[in-house]
Design a protein around this ligand. Sequence first.
Ligand code: 5RP
Length: 226
Amino acid sequence: MNTKFIELSKKSAALKAVEYLKNGMIVGLGTGSTAEYAVREIARMIGNNALNIIGVPTSRRTEKLARELEIPILKIESVKRIDIDIDGADYVDGKFNLIKGGGGAHTMEKIVAKMSDLFIVIVDYTKLVDSLDSCIVPIEVNREKVKFVSRELKKINGIPRLRKNFITDSGNFILDTKFNNINPKELEHRINDIDGVVENGIFSERKPDIVIVGRGNNVEVLNRST
Ligand code: 5RP
């Protein structure tokens, strides 16, 4: 795969998403390499007095970046709602179901997406899949409950793997778990029902309103309602 072409694809999707922002908005700032292009573009526009927004970061990593780039930010606890959330994803299926959490930030990312009037997902074309079957689902798990949760995941045909040398922003572990068959809605709830699970990376309830797919310099805008 051509890395430069994929990076260009991510950037194209991110720049398109930023076009949706308007002055005065509260904006969810996603996590990951694709979302970072959007954060940098937002900072550039603020620096040029072309945009005036307040960001709500979805992770410590994004918070640090936003601070460095001098984007005004508010913590999630300080806002009641968010106008637009722009975030990446690991997989997007044809029905707008997502898997997120490659960066281990999906718990906060899901909260921010749910609080947002408009949820825009930005991806390069390699993230599109026909079905989520066999895709790895990141699951944030309370540290003391990892063994128990692993056993429970195996009972529902999951193959969990502890993410090495990784602790989430809330001090938890991630079990990257493979399922051969994924019914997104059923599995999202089933995993979260296990005692010790904080949140999993399936987004079947809060689907994106818009998915912007980058392919080199080109973008395709997919609207969920159409
Ligand atoms: C972080 C995420 C990211 O949005 C996802 O992993 C995609 O990342 P990237 O844009 O670097 O491919 O869910 O928790």
